[in-house]
Design a protein around this ligand. Structure first.
Ligand code: PMT
Length: 401
């Protein structure tokens, strides 16, 4: 389960009566969380309408090799690069023959030449056509080139013949596709990640905040998603696009972030607190914009402490694994070790936010992983690279009983 979540799958459909089963395959793929682009040969459109497949996949169907509109959007080379896997179902005798010859005379065959993704075929044709020497020779050529054949199955055929030539059932093809991908490290796990800054209102137009861009937290959300996790990203205001395939909760203040975390962490396996939460907020939010005073005195704001979201999650949901970050400017490891104990978390990821080029609002970061019995310093990495390493490290911390 979950191996196809967020995987990019091209389903290419060639002409044959089995094309009607491809609609069910699209439905199953979408249900597993895969992103599906459908390609149809002109023959396929005689058997099933592009509209059906567009509705099921949620994406426009690709039919033509040179389509000015498509080339401006997702052209054939982009589509070939986008794919994690290309499956041809049904694969007709004609398509198998054209692929064996290395032809590139339509979108489907061109994609097969242009993609680096694995190509799987689910052949479907009359049993005599399947057994024909020419088809068998073509199939062998494709197998020798590393393309995979799944099926055909034996049985009764639409033409009345009985024998090998039926396309595998959609659920059998789905299983074949799932086995192409490693089981993700976090399959069946739910991760709640806080990211970005919080904004603590002073009045309707002013707030107290910090320089967190959200880059670190969003990168962790994406890396966890890619390992098969269900991800809930609770984010303060940032300029970043919402990552695909995660549940996104937008918040403003620390109190909002706390409320959203309480809802989400109740059913979570991991809570990762990347957000730079404001420790204090103005004691009173003025309903009207504060006016500049006609005096030499400055403005004094009374601040009160915000709730500690991370510590609160540890207390409320002790069964989850809790990971905190520590933004420090001195005695990094000692402060991180202190936070580890004080907040009762399994790991603190400590970063030195006084160093230029890492920490707040930079593309890179350099951290140490601090646990009760270990300190591991990681090299300087881009935030997406670091996120992948962090997710791997986090996945080894077992879920508390
Ligand atoms: O967003 P970027 O620009 O990519 O920057 C990333 C980052 C520097 C913000 C990130 O790497 C980081 O260090 N995040 C934690 C920042 C922070 O607030 O550290 P802290 O030492 O003040 O807090 C310790 C931990 O308690 C953190 O996990 C924090 O999320 C959590 N906390 C803090 C205060 C509070 N009221 N509630 C909390 O949950």
């Amino acid at each position: 389960m979950g191996r196809l979540r967020n995987k990019h799958i091209i389903l290419a459909i060639s002409g044959g009566i089995a094309a009607y089963k491809s609609a069910e395959l699209v439905r199953l793929l979408v249900k597993t969380g895969a992103q599906v682009q459908v390609v149809m040969t002109s023959g396929a459109t005689e058997f099933i309408t592009p509209l059906t497949l567009q509705a099921l996949s949620g994406n426009p169907v690709h039919q033509h090799l040179l389509n000015p509109q498509a080339e401006a959007g997702m052209g054939h080379i982009q589509l070939a690069r986008w794919a994690d896997l290309l499956v041809i179902a049904p694969a007709s005798a004609n398509v198998i023959s054209r692929l064996a010859q290395g032809q590139a005379n339509d979108l489907l065959t061109t994609l097969c030449l242009a993609t680096h993704a694995p190509v799987l075929l689910a052949p479907a044709m009359n049993q005599a056509m399947w057994h024909d020497q020419a088809t068998q020779a073509n199939v062998q050529i494709l197998i020798d080139r590393g393309l995979q054949m799944h099926g055909p199955a034996q049985g009764e055929q639409a033409c009345g013949d009985v024998g090998a030539g039926r396309m595998l059932e959609p659920n059998e093809i789905l299983t074949a596709l799932e086995t192409q991908f490693d089981q993700g490290l976090l399959v069946d796990k739910t991760l709640v990640i806080t990211a970005g800054p919080t904004r603590e209102a002073i009045d309707p137009v002013r707030y107290v905040s910090n320089h967190s861009s959200g880059k670190m937290g969003y990168a962790i959300a994406q890396a966890a998603r890619d390992q098969g996790a269900k991800v809930i990203l609770i984010s303060g205001p940032t300029q970043l696009p919402i990552p695909d395939g995660v549940t996104f909760v937008a918040v403003q203040s620390a109190q909002n972030m706390l409320d959203a975390s309480i809802k989400a962490v109740a059913a979570a396996d991991f809570f990762i607190a990347t957000a730079a939460v404001a420790d204090y907020r103005p004691a009173k939010v003025s309903e009207q914009k504060l006016k500049k005073q006609n005096s030499d005195h400055g403005l004094t704001l009374e601040m009160v402490q915000n709730p500690d979201i991370l510590a609160s999650m540890v207390q409320r949901f002790p069964k989850a694994v809790h990971i905190g970050f520590a933004a420090e400017t001195e005695d990094i490891i000692a402060h991180a070790q202190d936070k580890l104990v004080r907040k009762g978390v399994s790991m603190i990821i400590a970063n030195d936010v006084s160093k230029p080029g890492i920490g707040f609002n930079s593309d890179n970061n350099q951290v140490s992983l601090v646990t009760a019995d270990d300190v591991q310093k990681l090299p300087l990495l881009s935030k997406p690279q670091l996120a992948r390493q962090l997710v791997e490290a986090i996945s080894h911390i077992s879920h508390k009983a």
